[in-house]
Write a protein that binds this ligand. Structure first.
Ligand SMILES: [Cu+2]
Length: 310
């Protein structure tokens, strides 16, 4: 027989449902306004990454989805945590007539297991996607169609086209307010849809080879050799820059990247030959005494080129 519990209803102090909906509605409206202010569906879809990165290389879809997935996961967790926090603050705030100390829930084992296990699971998921993406991005298993040595120096770049045995060399961009600075920086020319392996060196201090449209950068470390491969998949002109603070004119350490058809690439290489830019710009140009190239990691031309002359 069910019996009534006299007095139970008299301690009911929760707010009317309509009031709670008003709080939730205001919160959602604020979030919506934040999300929608000044952004298009396009920008949102690519997570505010540069527009020119869409389809730029074989790896940009992987990087794009890792970026977007991480943000969606982080925002989901954020909204849940903020939502629960705000709900607790409002629903369980102290009211007149409440006891001095509310019921204490410490040493609640299931709760503690839950808030250990769930973050571990989330970190494991993020780790999995990061590790698999990174392994794909840094994979060197395939035979490249071209090898380009990217030699960073204060404050410009040399590009050695290893298979073609030609080079391009640059000087820093003089950013003096005059138009056309981008025409005076070195240009890296790559054939579209062909796999290129970059071999990164530094002549003096550490630098970083960054093509923002490729959504990827890698450091040029003094005395080390770093490598990565990529397949540019979209013709066009992109900007490149140094992404490691390397001294006074770091901001002028700029270059262009032109992804062109195979015919244009061959023309470009022929032009370098005609200009007499044959051979490779090796370690003989390194700043003496600063660099000791790591002998155990030879691979590119530069490591075996004139290193005894220093
Ligand atoms: Cu630099």
């Amino acid at each position: 027989m069910p019996t009534s519990t006299p007095g139970k209803a008299s301690v009911e102090t929760t707010r009317p449902a309509a009031s709670r909906f008003r709080y939730a509605g205001a919160g959602l409206a604020a979030l919506g306004a934040l999300a929608l202010s000044g952004c298009s569906a396009d920008q949102l879809a690519r997570g505010y990454l540069p527009a020119e990165s869409v389809g730029a290389t074989n790896m940009t879809p992987t990087i794009q989805s890792l970026w977007n997935g991480s943000w969606i996961a982080a925002l989901g967790v954020g909204v849940l945590v903020w939502g629960l926090t705000i709900w607790c603050v409002i629903a369980y705030r102290r009211r007149a007539g409440d006891p001095e100390v509310p019921p204490q829930l410490r040493y609640h084992l299931p709760l503690e297991v839950m808030y250990t296990a769930i973050p571990l699971f989330m970190v494991a998921v993020l780790f999995y996607y990061t590790a698999t993406s990174q392994a794909a991005i840094l994979d060197l298993e395939q035979e490249p169609d071209h090898t380009v040595e990217v030699v960073a120096k204060q404050w410009s770049w040399d590009f050695n086209y290893v298979d073609e045995d030609v080079y391009e060399t640059g000087v820093q961009a003089a950013l003096d307010g005059e138009e056309g600075a981008e025409d005076r920086v070195p240009t890296l020319v790559l054939p579209v849809d062909e796999r290129v392996e970059f071999v990164l060196f530094a002549r003096d201090v550490n630098h970083s080879f960054w093509i923002p449209a490729f959504l990827f950068k890698m450091d040029n470390i003094a005395g080390r050799e770093n490598r990565f491969q990529v397949v540019p998949t979209k013709e066009g002109t992109f900007q490149g820059k140094c992404a490691e603070l390397c001294g006074e004119y770091h901001s002028e350490m700029l270059f262009n990247v032109e992804v062109v058809s195979r015919e244009e690439y061959d023309d470009y290489i022929a032009g370098l030959e005609e200009a007499g830019q044959t051979g490779q710009l090796g370690t003989e140009l390194n700043r003496s005494g600063v660099i000791e190239t790591d002998e155990g990691r030879t691979g590119g031309n530069i490591t075996g080129n004139g290193r005894n002359e220093n």
